[in-house]
Design a protein around this ligand. Structure first.
Ligand code: PXP
Length: 237
């Protein structure tokens, strides 16, 4: 049965719209866990546009399932992770002007830089995941720097307009998942997943965890957070 990690960045996005204290991502985390999610995911961005350092510290105290911290692969973020000690760190590429994470990490091109950060986090006792495109070269490079997990970027699958494109993306995700599994790397998937498009991915047995944010929070606005989380948990299971 696959696990569901719920990304609550967009609860903080709504809070930031008015710069006040509501809605509190901590309250959302409590409801997400009560609804049966297997973990919480937050992305602490360089510009702190949604989740703040203080949210992260409070979540670390409160989360009883698993706290997955997404962050850029740099020294200042590594320092924060070493201090907070989330259950998992997911390294993601970060560009200042992007609306959301746009692509996977270039592990092939940035192997040395990534290895240094992965080693630092490992020395601090944290497992590390790399957010990568479903590309066999990237998976092999991830294996070479001894990461524990890869999170396969499902954005191209989610954005596919033609059935043919969707099939090709699904095949790429499936192949990448199989290779990672064979190399002993845990496989999760995320980005752009919705109540409609997640179903086909669940046929890939190597994917053991889904990290989903925007679609759940968008649905929660209309039908409530607990129900939205419960429905997604049922779909990924
Ligand atoms: N996984 C990673 C690595 C991400 O960067 C994001 C977006 O913050 C997600 C999952 C969640 O994506 P979405 O909000 O589209 O479900």
């Amino acid at each position: 049965m696959a696990r569901l990690g719920v990304n609550i960045d967009h609860v903080a996005t709504v809070r930031q719209a008015r710069g006040g204290r509501e809605p509190d991502p901590i309250a959302a985390a409590v409801l997400v866990e009560l609804a049966g999610a297997d973990g919480l995911v937050v992305h602490l961005r360089e510009d702190r546009r949604h989740i703040h350092d203080q949210d992260l510290a409070r979540l670390r105290e409160l989360v009883q399932t698993k706290l997955n911290l997404e962050m850029a692969a740099d020294d200042s973020m590594a320092k924060i992770a070493l201090n907070i000690k989330p259950h998992l760190v997911t390294l993601v590429p970060e560009r200042r002007l992007e609306l959301t994470t746009e692509g996977g990490l270039d592990v092939v091109g940035q192997r040395e830089k990534l290895k240094r950060i992965v080693d630092l986090l490992h020395d601090g006792g944290m497992p590390v995941s790399l957010f990568v495109d479903p590309d066999l070269g990237q998976i092999k490079a991830a294996h070479k720097i001894a990461v524990d997990y890869v999170e396969l970027h499902t954005g191209r699958y989610a954005n596919a307009r033609l059935l043919k494109e969707e099939e090709a993306e699904l095949a790429a995700i499936s192949q990448a998942a199989r290779l990672a599994y064979k190399l002993g790397i845990g496989v999760s998937a995320g980005h752009g997943l919705t109540y409609r498009n997640v179903k086909r991915l669940t046929q890939i047995p190597e994917i053991v965890e889904y990290n989903i944010g925007h679609s759940i929070i968008a649905r929660a606005v209309l039908i409530g957070l607990e129900r939205a989380v419960r429905e997604m948990k049922q779909l990924v299971s």
